[in-house]
Design a binder for this molecule. Structure first.
Ligand SMILES: [Zn+2]
Length: 189
């Protein structure tokens, strides 16, 4: 599967491409990946808070499914729009779909890449902490000299879950390739 275009799309002519179908296929591909990452993040988040055994995971995973569906839907839409723009520009320039496929070799991998995992992981953490009644969390950066000016002011700051950190973001990512993560914070602790 070398392309962000589905297998069925390759070899078709431009006017035969069904972008709704492309978007739906991508959504169905992304959803289980997003859901699994969010669930894993929730479990890790509970462990980080020392509360691994205290939660009804079925209920928590239901909340995460709603998030995952919405997230995967938006991501599939965004990727499909970008792909469509590039494909249409390429076709207008006289390229074939098979030639264009080379451009998109890494698109799907990118789509489920670092930024997505970072965001989904943070959301899974937050959902789990809220489920066990934790109210505060702390923003952590990678702590090396690559940390950017956007994230540096957030490093080590603690806010109520759902509220903005100094950068204005309520959770990582703050930008593409953001490597930040959240940790639970105990009030007064
Ligand atoms: Zn960051």
């Amino acid at each position: 599967m070398p392309s962000n275009l589905s297998a069925s799309a390759r070899g078709h002519k431009q006017d035969e491409l069904d972008w709704d179908e492309e978007r739906e296929e991508l959504y169905l591909l992304l959803l289980p990946l997003v859901l699994e990452a969010a669930q894993q993040a929730a479990i890790n988040g509970l462990d980080a808070a020392g509360l691994g055994g205290d939660v009804d995971l079925d209920l928590l995973f239901e909340d995460l499914r709603a998030f995952a569906e919405e997230y995967a839907r938006a991501l599939a839409e965004q990727i499909t729009d970008t792909t469509r723009e590039r494909v249409e520009a390429g076709l207008a320039a006289g390229m074939t779909l098979d030639e264009l496929a080379v451009w998109f070799e890494d698109s799907r991998a990118e789509a489920i890449g670092i930024s997505t995992i970072t965001e989904v992981f943070a959301q899974g953490n937050m959902t789990a902490w809220l489920a066990v009644g934790l109210a505060l969390h702390t923003w952590n950066t990678a702590g090396d000299n690559l940390v950017c000016p956007i994230c540096r002011p957030n490093d080590g700051t603690t806010v109520p879950i759902g509220f903005a950190f100094p950068s204005g973001h309520t959770r990582p990512t703050a930008h593409t390739r953001c490597r930040c993560w959240l940790s639970p914070a105990i009030a007064g602790g």
